[in-house]
Ligand binder design. Structure first.
Ligand SMILES: C[S@@+](CC[C@H](N)C(=O)[O-])C[C@H]1O[C@@H](n2cnc3c(N)ncnc32)[C@H](O)[C@@H]1O
Length: 264
């Protein structure tokens, strides 16, 4: 699946939302120390950059070198291209030894992973007992009463071109497997809801759609999702402000848990 993101890495880095500070403050309040984070499926560093202002160092990994090329380079972020399923020796070589990481984050990517293998590695690499895993997704954006119904119809029509794993996102990560205990101060592992808002022009919004894996898949099947009718409908319904932009809000759903003391 990683190939789905190769061809639109540039659109991806320009138009995907960052995440709200409240999300990072909440997550950081659950890790007793703020030394090292592993941001898996980092893409073009959307979460890594914010994490770098809270944690001493961030390791951002992705299977796509093309995505990593667009990620902002900061002195305390190390980007690594990895295999989709890391071997234990690749894990140790590129990420670190067992019980060495405070926090594992996965932003808008957990649904693509081979969960069992990944979770075993997370359990190995997190500090015990307080190491934390935080994984979140965002669903389709909310704009306003005029635009949203048109966009929902378009999204429904795009469904055949999404991988079936996208259903876990539509489900707001309620049904994704997440075998961890609640972090201190919580009685469940989520989803906890946050909101990410971005000002966008209509051209940027079209570029955001072009960054979808489904857009790429449709194109490969000879279908242009942003055909003339759709572009016209969107243009009519897009009442931008005087700066040519609109406020676009993405609901974000966080699952968070801690590894605890491992029994075996
Ligand atoms: C939807 S993007 C999310 C990027 C970024 N984290 C964000 O918040 O926008 C999913 C990313 O996961 C990467 N990816 C997919 N499978 C992966 C795997 N098994 N291991 C690491 N990265 C993977 C893709 O290459 C892609 O960059």
């Amino acid at each position: 699946m990683a190939n789905l993101f190769l061809k639109q890495a540039k659109q991806y880095s320009k138009t995907r939302p960052g995440y709200p500070q409240q999300l990072f403050d909440f997550i950081a309040s659950k890790t007793p120390t703020h030394d090292v984070v592993w941001d898996v499926g980092t893409g073009s560093g959307q979460a890594a950059v914010s994490l770098a202002s809270i944690y001493k160092s961030v390791i951002g990994t992705d299977t796509s070198n093309t995505q990593l090329e667009f990620a902002p380079k900061l002195p305390n972020i190390r980007y690594e291209c990895t295999s989709a399923t890391l071997s234990m020796s690749e894990l140790e070589q590129k990420i670190g030894k067992g019980s060495s990481i405070d926090l594992v984050t996965v932003a808008q990517a957990l649904h693509w992973f081979d969960n069992d293998t990944f979770y075993n590695q997370v359990k190995c690499i997190l500090k015990k007992p307080n190491g934390v895993i935080a994984a979140w997704c965002y669903t389709i954006p909310e704009i306003d009463d005029q635009f949203d119904p048109i966009f929902h119809k378009f999204y429904n029509e795009s469904k055949p071109y999404w991988d079936s794993l996208r259903g876990l996102v539509d489900d707001k990560y309620t049904s994704i497997k997440f075998p961890f205990g609640p972090v201190d101060g919580c009685d469940h592992t989520g989803p906890f809801e946050f909101r990410s808002t971005k000002l966008m022009s209509l051209d940027e919004f079209f570029m955001y759609i072009k960054s979808w894996s489904a857009y790429q898949t449709a194109k490969e099947k000879g279908v242009e999702l942003l055909n003339e009718n759709v572009v016209n409908e969107f243009t009519k319904a897009w009442n931008e402000d005087e700066n040519g932009q609109k406020s676009v809000t993405y609901p974000v759903y966080l699952r968070i848990g801690k590894v605890g003391e491992l029994v075996n």
